[in-house]
Design a binder for this molecule. Structure first.
Ligand SMILES: NC(=O)c1ccc[n+]([C@@H]2O[C@H](COP(=O)([O-])OP(=O)(O)OC[C@H]3O[C@@H](n4cnc5c(N)ncnc54)[C@H](OP(=O)(O)O)[C@@H]3O)[C@@H](O)[C@H]2O)c1
Length: 337
């Protein structure tokens, strides 16, 4: 499997490290031998049709902050040129999430699909803004589009709903989809004000460069949109979500909820009528009432009742493991055809 990696930050580099550490058992257990044949970041590119030396690629990035340093005197290619012209089966999209216009990820994904390449995206932006049209484009071009890492990091939330509950009908789901806001609200339960809890989350590296992406509920809304399309078969985008963030939650609200045996959580909820993200009181006995940076989702289905999946919602290695799952699935599907 030849892979083009676009974006070589936390997730892209974790994926390269994962391949380095797992290459032997990936082949023996899954028959997959991924080769990164091109890698692009914001400053340069590295291309090797036989496969890049991943340790050298990581070292080049570390030393010079660009994969362009892989070769001396390498030319800088535009990511779209690389996606279009380098032979590969899969494009992995790992550029920053942009919830305003989805770029540059949307153009990378569209170019990959138009040139007959399967796509794995960890970038939520293009999906949150244009999920229905991207699925249609993938179908039109006969390629697979996978995005396990966009929801729940390494926790297989999308696969749980799509595969484990296959045959049943999911009627609704609700959960905590953003670890940063959950961390802030958990700290407020311990008595910190919103402002100091946010500062603490920033210091620990949990908050996004633009904290409002988390605190105003945009990140949770983007994940809700992805789940509603993929799990419930809806055709929705960000503009269909009613969204309230956590900046209005006061320590006194958290305290009063605690006296009732509840906690305030940023809950993303979906049923046939609504898509909501809002701070909501949840019983501390409810399995989705998890603390810290954990994510948790409860699916309600027609015949098998309620099921909850809990796990870490982000992290480079966790998300890279989701990419690997997608890659193995693409390989298995190609093999079955
Ligand atoms: N980190 C996580 O735990 C996590 C979990 C789930 C999903 N995600 C999503 O995964 C994506 C990547 O996250 P990350 O943490 O790896 O981000 P990151 O560390 O900021 O890395 C982003 C990478 O994209 C590159 N880039 C930016 N603009 C580009 C362009 N126009 N063309 C080519 N490359 C470009 C950057 O290049 P430079 O290195 O040259 O700046 C960098 O290598 C994001 O969409 C994020 O929301 C992240």
């Amino acid at each position: 499997m030849r892979v083009i990696v676009v974006g070589f930050g936390v997730v892209g580099q974790s994926f390269a490290k994962l391949l380095l550490s797992r290459s032997a058992d990936l082949y023996s257990q899954h028959g997959v031998k991924p080769r990164i044949v091109a890698c692009v970041d914001n400053k340069g590119s590295a291309i090797a049709p036989a496969g890049l030396d991943l340790q050298r690629l990581l070292d080049a990035k570390k030393a010079k902050d660009t994969v362009g340093a892989y070769e001396k005197n390498s030319s800088k290619f535009d990511p779209l040129q690389v996606i279009e012209n380098v032979d590969a089966e899969v494009v992995l999209e790992c550029t920053p999430t942009n919830l305003s216009d989805g770029e540059p990820g949307t153009s990378h994904i569209i170019t990959a699909m138009r040139t007959g390449k399967h796509v794995i995206s960890v970038n939520k932006g293009p999906l949150a803004l244009a999920f229905p049209s991207l699925i249609e484009l993938a179908g039109y071009n006969g390629v697979m589009f996978r995005f396990s890492g966009t929801v729940g990091g390494g926790t297989p939330i999308l696969e749980f709903a799509k595969r484990c509950l296959k045959g049943d009908r999911i009627t609704s789901f609700q959960g905590i989809l953003n670890g940063t806001t959950n961390y802030i609200l958990s700290k407020m339960e311990e008595g910190l004000t919103y402002e100091s809890a946010l500062e603490d989350a920033k210091k620990k590296g949990y908050a996004e460069a633009v904290p409002s992406l988390d605190t105003d509920g945009f990140d949770a809304a983007a994940k809700l949109v992805i789940m509603a399309n993929w799990v419930m078969g809806m055709k929705v985008t960000m503009k269909d979500v009613k969204r309230t963030g956590i900046s209005g939650v006061k320590v006194s609200d958290v305290k009063k909820a605690g006296e009732r045996g509840n906690a305030i959580k940023l809950i993303a909820a979906c049923d046939s009528r609504r898509l909501d993200v809002a701070p909501t009181e949840v019983s501390k006995k409810d399995p989705i009432c998890v603390n810290g940076t954990l994510n948790a989702v409860t699916f309600s289905s027609e015949h098998s009742g309620q099921q909850t999946i809990i796990g870490r919602g982000a992290g480079g290695m966790e998300t890279a493991s989701a990419v690997l799952r997608d890659l193995i699935e693409i390989r298995d599907t190609i093999f079955e055809r």
